[in-house]
Design a protein around this ligand. Structure first.
Ligand SMILES: [Zn+2]
Length: 300
């Protein structure tokens, strides 16, 4: 079974909302030659996504809702029509933001209630949080009711704690270490701090040794390259935490099949070059799907 544990909605409406959301952060990022980076992602209907999954051999994809896209829209577009193919994570926003200023006592009670409703009534499986983008710390007391909700409902959390090339985010809130305490305050909640914590992979892998409820995914692979990724996977294995590393794509890893082939075969070419022992079939199956089953708390 192959599970893509990190992807986003790309249908027309989501694409439009996300473009505006990320444009706010990304307006001044340029390539070295001065052209403006378009990080608006791409538009793809759920049916096209399923076709892409079928071609790559992906059984299930986790749709991480993000920013201001209503959870209802994800439910109507992805989860209700295709319950066997898509797994939903709520877009959750613990802090009320007015422009760039955090309001005093701006706990987003309405959003907390809506997150609970989405988990209980709309069949969402987990919660997605974006601390650095929305300018709050993972240990902000206003986020704790969300962790408590996850503990109560046995819902895993994916929380972006990793670098990002886009500007205007609070990068000090993006370091994996900022979430360290939360892992121990909520030992029953399974957390995915994705992208292997890039560029703080060592920090994240060290945290994983200590916290058995901490998972990660390799969805930054499309941006940081295969050599760096192979080194991280070898380190994860050396540290004994590889069974909590999961396959994910984000919009970056396309075509998906190329990245699956890399995990299946390419990684062992690099291991061989570096005189490391090859990854076993079991370890590879774990990365591609079995580890995600544990994180998601689902039986195949
Ligand atoms: Zn993502």
């Amino acid at each position: 079974m192959i599970i893509n544990v990190h992807d986003h909605p790309y249908d027309q409406k989501s694409g439009q909302i996300l473009f505006q959301f990320f444009a706010k952060f990304a307006t001044e990022r340029h390539y070295l030659d001065g052209t403006v980076v378009d990080r608006g992602g791409f538009v793809q209907s759920p049916e096209e996504s399923i076709k892409e999954m079928d071609e790559a051999g992906v059984d299930k994809t986790v749709i991480l809702n993000t920013g201001p896209i209503p959870n209802e829209h994800i439910y109507e577009t992805y989860l209700k029509p295709y319950p066997d193919r898509f797994i939903g994570f709520t877009s959750s926003r613990p802090v009320i933001l007015e422009g760039n200023v955090i309001e005093v006592n701006g706990f987003n009670q309405k959003n907390w209630e809506h997150t609970k409703y989405s988990l209980q009534e709309l069949g969402f499986k987990g919660i997605k949080l974006l601390p650095a983008y929305e300018k709050y710390s993972a240990v902000d007391p206003r986020v704790y009711p969300y962790y408590a909700l996850a503990a109560e409902l046995n819902a895993p959390i994916t929380m972006h704690m990793a670098g990002t090339p886009v500007r205007f985010v609070s990068l000090n809130y993006a370091r994996p270490l900022d979430a360290d305490r939360v892992l121990f305050d909520f030992p029953s909640v399974r957390f995915n701090l994705p992208h292997m914590g890039w560029p703080w992979e060592d920090e994240l892998l060290t945290m994983m040794i200590r916290a058995s409820n901490l998972y990660t995914d390799i969805s930054q692979l499309g941006e940081t390259g295969i050599k760096r990724m192979a080194k991280c996977l070898i380190t994860a294995r050396d540290y004994g935490v590889l069974s909590r590393v999961m396959f994910g794509t984000d919009p970056l890893c396309r075509p998906i099949k190329m990245y699956i082939d890399f995990i299946r075969k390419g990684i062992n070419k690099i291991a061989d070059e570096q005189h490391e022992r090859p990854f076993t079939r079991d370890e590879i199956d774990g990365i591609l799907g079995k580890n995600a089953l544990k994180f998601l708390g689902i039986t195949p």
